[in-house]
Design a protein around this ligand. Structure first.
Ligand code: NAD
Length: 307
């Protein structure tokens, strides 16, 4: 790692923003979508929700608006907070069979008591653009080709975009969920970092995080990471998105407290979030680009195919 990559004691950490990266992924998606439309395939992503949570609705509208700007069609299937596991499962099975749908996103939160595993099982791995199905996760852990969870993919893409070297470095991931922390830890190991995975039962979080060149925080706890958790010059990726009273979003890192210690920090909002959205669309285009999807369009049985 060069000293340029890990500046020491900067007054403010270098902002590891996601806006430029997201724009360049979206530009690529737009070009690839236009090529597919010319072949008769309109890339289509379906988002399934079952909540009346306003911040989720806002997030899903953002995905839909971003998708439509790139030429991808986005269907929102909003079932409301009373939806049963059976109802949601049936919808996911139907979308998995629908030749006009290339990508499926199951948006959390889901109603209390929902059998999340049954729902993730119902998403076809070929359409699993957010890497939620156990087959996708298993293939990822076996180092086989699969869609990784888009947020985990976004963390890695951001690290690369900002030239943060990983080989031989020490990385600590805070949060072990199956869609964020665990796949991030695995992807960091794949890139030859030495990784510690922390969670709510970790006895001395600061003692772990202080060992890290790179800290990835995905706990959903505002202000969890402060200056006392961070080594001089460490690069911090803040995945956390926590709604605050004024309607804004804050991450899991206390940005004021790590100023003067961290070498770099992703902003929230404007860091991991926009890259995640762009990668969901890139994955949808990849799913729509398979020979099978194009064959179906040739046979004319693709629902909603552009002419
Ligand atoms: P989750 O609730 O499933 O998992 C949280 C993890 O954090 C758990 O493993 C838990 O053990 C750990 N944790 C909780 N409190 C802790 C503490 N005090 N110390 C150490 N570890 C602790 O959440 P998730 O789905 O993984 O999401 C994590 C955060 O990332 C949330 O804020 C979520 O909104 C955000 N998120 C952001 C994006 C994005 O695109 N930016 C996408 C997905 C999730």
């Amino acid at each position: 790692m060069s000293s340029d990559t890990f500046p020491r004691r900067s007054a403010r950490p270098v902002p590891l923003g996601g806006a430029d990266l997201s724009a360049s992924i979206r530009a690529d998606v737009t070009t690839r979508t236009a090529s597919l439309v010319a072949l008769g395939v309109r890339p289509t992503v379906a988002v399934v929700t079952a909540t009346d949570d306003e911040s989720t609705a806002w997030y899903v509208r953002t995905i839909a608006a971003t998708a439509e700007r790139t030429g991808i069609h986005c269907e929102i299937h909003a079932f409301g907070p009373e939806a049963s596991t059976n109802r949601l499962r049936t919808a996911l099975v139907e979308l998995s069979r629908d030749p006009g749908v290339h990508g499926i996103i199951l948006q959390t939160p889901l109603p209390k008591g929902t059998d999340l595993a049954a729902l993730r099982d119902a998403i076809s791995p070929e359409k699993d653009v957010d890497g939620a199905n156990p087959v996708s996760i298993g293939r990822l852990l076996a180092n086989q080709r699969a869609f990784a969870p888009a947020t985990a993919q976004a963390v890695m893409t951001l690290l690369d975009f900002h030239d943060i070297e990983l080989q031989g470095k020490t990385a600590v991931v805070v949060g072990r969920s199956i869609v964020v922390g665990t796949p991030v830890a695995h992807l960091l190991v794949q890139r030859n970092a030495t990784v510690t995975l922390c969670h709510r039962h970790t006895r001395d979080l600061a003692a772990s995080t202080r060992t890290a060149d790179v800290v990835v925080v995905a706990a959903g706890v505002p202000g969890l990471i402060t200056g006392e958790h961070i080594a001089d010059g460490a690069m911090i990726i803040d995945v956390g998105t926590n709604a605050v009273a004024d309607g804004g979003l804050v991450g899991d890192v206390d940005a004021d407290s790590v100023a003067g210690i961290a070498g770099g920090l992703t902003p929230v909002p404007g860091g991991v979030g926009p890259v995640t959205t762009a990668l969901l669309l890139a994955n949808t285009v990849a799913a729509a680009s398979t020979a099978d999807a194009i064959d179906r369009a040739d046979r004319g049985d693709l629902i909603g195919a552009a002419g």
